[in-house]
Design a protein around this ligand. Structure first.
Ligand code: PEP
Ligand code: MG
Length: 319
């Protein structure tokens, strides 16, 4: 079956009843782009740009960044690339970026909060992204958004840099939904974002108040917890008010058991680990939307992630 799935991996992905679901890849370095393409990824839904910034003494130049982003866009043969702006905090110190030592770095300066305090670093990255050819192939995704004002601040910088570079085409700017307040407020946030992408790893951590890095709670850190799924549902509802698409780029997007739930809640793009793309696409092709909606609705009424998983596995015994 593996080979059969791989053979069809390059066909676009739709449910059995025709709902278009984009299956794209999470990438962490340029070398992964060509293999993701070979697996049938329809683009990159999350480029974790940290690889360019960590373990070095000076920040990467604009030219160096553009070259790396270009390599990824080329490796994906011109399909869209969602580049997440630098997502670091006190737990990942950078030699060239002075950050305070914090007692709770996960609740402190990280993601867009760092970027807004060091706008020169963000502006360089934005220009580097804007210069990738063809124009518009790259979309920009902002991590750890908590409030719409942060989106507007980044948007203002994107627009300034775009004009300075003489680029006339609009740039797609998205908000990562990984803070519970952002999920709850998605109806407001979506007014200032072209798309939303749910980072379920952090969203789960913050919703369940369980540190991702803490082995004592690792077993309970469950992205299928109904409390997390309700936040996903709320995000989609909010996005719909402004007709914005919603992607999931956290770890559960790679779990086939999550796919019917996410699709049933209205997510239209899954960004997964490249290796699972062929099987994920094949499974989605067997689903129908009403069936997904029914299972997702039921899941929202359950009390645990284990109950949700049991429902999915009894509905699709092959999983
Ligand atoms: C997430 O939080 O779900 C996510 C995709 O980002 P990261 O895992 O890089 O924090
Ligand atoms: Mg995250």
């Amino acid at each position: 079956r593996r080979e059969a799935n791989l053979a069809r991996a390059h066909e676009e992905c739709r449910t059995a009843d025709g709902t278009r679901i984009e299956v794209v890849a999470n990438l962490g370095r340029p070398g992964d782009a060509a293999s993701a393409f070979a697996k049938g990824a329809e683009g990159c839904g999350l480029l974790r740009s940290e690889f360019l910034f960590l373990d070095r003494v000076t920040a990467p130049s604009e030219e160096e960044q553009t070259a790396q982003y270009q390599e990824i866009a080329d490796g994906l043969r011109g399909q869209h690339v969602v580049i997440r702006t630098l997502d670091v905090g006190g737990d990942k110190p950078l030699a060239y970026l002075p950050l305070p030592e914090e007692e709770n770095p996960v609740l402190g300066l990280r993601g867009v909060r760092v970027s807004l305090r060091h706008p020169e670093l963000l502006r360089t990255q934005l220009r580097a992204i804007l210069k990738v050819k063809p124009t518009g192939v790259c979309r920009i995704l902002v991590p750890m958004i908590t409030s719409a004002s942060e989106m507007r601040a980044v948007r203002a910088m994107v627009e300034e840099e775009r004009r300075a570079l003489g680029i006339t085409a609009p740039v797609q700017l998205g908000a990562m939904i990984e803070v519970p307040a952002a999920a709850v407020m998605a109806d407001r946030l979506a007014a200032d974002a072209d798309f939303l992408s749910i980072g379920t790893n952090d969203l789960t951590q913050y919703a369940l108040a369980m540190d991702r890095g803490n082995p004592h709670v690792a077993a309970q850190l469950d992205g299928l917890h109904p409390g997390v799924l309700r936040l996903v549902a709320q995000t989609v509802e909010g996005a719909r008010k402004h007709s914005r698409p919603v992607a999931v780029c956290g770890g559960i997007a790679s779990d086939p058991r999550a796919a019917p739930l996410l699709i049933g809640l209205g997510v239209t793009e899954l960004s997964a680990t490249p290796s699972v793309v062929p099987d994920l696409k094949a499974f989605i092709r067997t689903l129908t939307l009403p069936q997904c909606v029914e299972v997702a609705r039921k899941a929202l009424t359950f009390e645990s992630g284990d109950d949700v998983r049991a429902l999915v596995m009894s509905t699709w015994p092959g999983l």
